[in-house]
Ligand binder design. Sequence first.
Ligand code: PHE
Length: 333
Amino acid sequence: LKTEALAAVERADSTAALEEARVRYLGRSSGLVEIKKSIGSLPVEEKKTVGRSSNEATRAIEGALREKVERLAAEEREARLREEAVDVTLPGVPFPKGSFHPTQIVIDDVVDFFVGLGYRVAEGPEVETDYYNFTALGIPPGHPARSMQDTFFLDDGLVMRTHTSPVQVRTMLATEPPVYVVCPGRTYRRDSDPTHTPMFNQIEGLAVDREITLADLKGTLAAMARHVFGESVEIRLRPSYFQFTEPSVELDVSCFLCGGRDSSCKVCKGAGWLEMGGAGMVDPEVLGNVGYDAEEYTGFAFGFGPDRMAMVKFGIPDLRMFFEGDLRFLRQF
Ligand code: PHE
């Protein structure tokens, strides 16, 4: 019986098979237990030998079982480890790297520049009230500038903001001067051709402090242009008109590619100058609208088109490519 049991234990090749062998040879209805039960009815001298050898057999089988359990557990653990092993030398699964949108590259660049000068970043809603988008900026109801801006009108006196200038108003209402902010954001006009899209971006800037002059504006714009387009570019301010600045100017940057000397230049088409946006000294009336003392404070403001800036910086012929989401286009940046 013992030999048979030991052989069964040896044969068992899983913890389950081993358990089966244990029940069969040591369990309540096993041969060994039967033998032990019958010992009482045996003659005295046989009692001793049968008792001793049956106990010895039980111990031997238990020992073999214990040893086998350990061996099987170790084997099973090893098999699992082998199966779950990770080959760290295999090449990784490649996944495509994203890239920044060209407009975002310009926005980040301009914002970085102004943050470096100590400006804060401010934002405002894209759905704006008529008041902030127009009236507070000196464009009262019925003013022709409202239709000139190709406004998307919504219900209840709301509009899609046509520029980021309402953020000037919101910022000044929320803070006391001095104020130095840049406000990047999306803007909307009903317009679509190679250089206009219904949604586009602007970066507004506003500085209000004591003794701010047009010279500060010019110096700031020149430094910004050099930061974005290179050390050799120059700027030019042309007289212009906006309801919320006085005087108002248009900012041109000398062509960073040809410097304005090449009539066949791909970037400036021989014009020599690239239009960047509008600017000017904040109209005292606007300062009054937000409760600032226009006797004590003056300020300048500007609004650039980073989409347009990205077009010239990267040589992109059609603005609409920025909004098509074509990965072949976007992956180049
Ligand atoms: N908001 C003007 C526009 O969208 C640009 C501008 C901003 C002009 C700030 C002057 C000062 O055309």
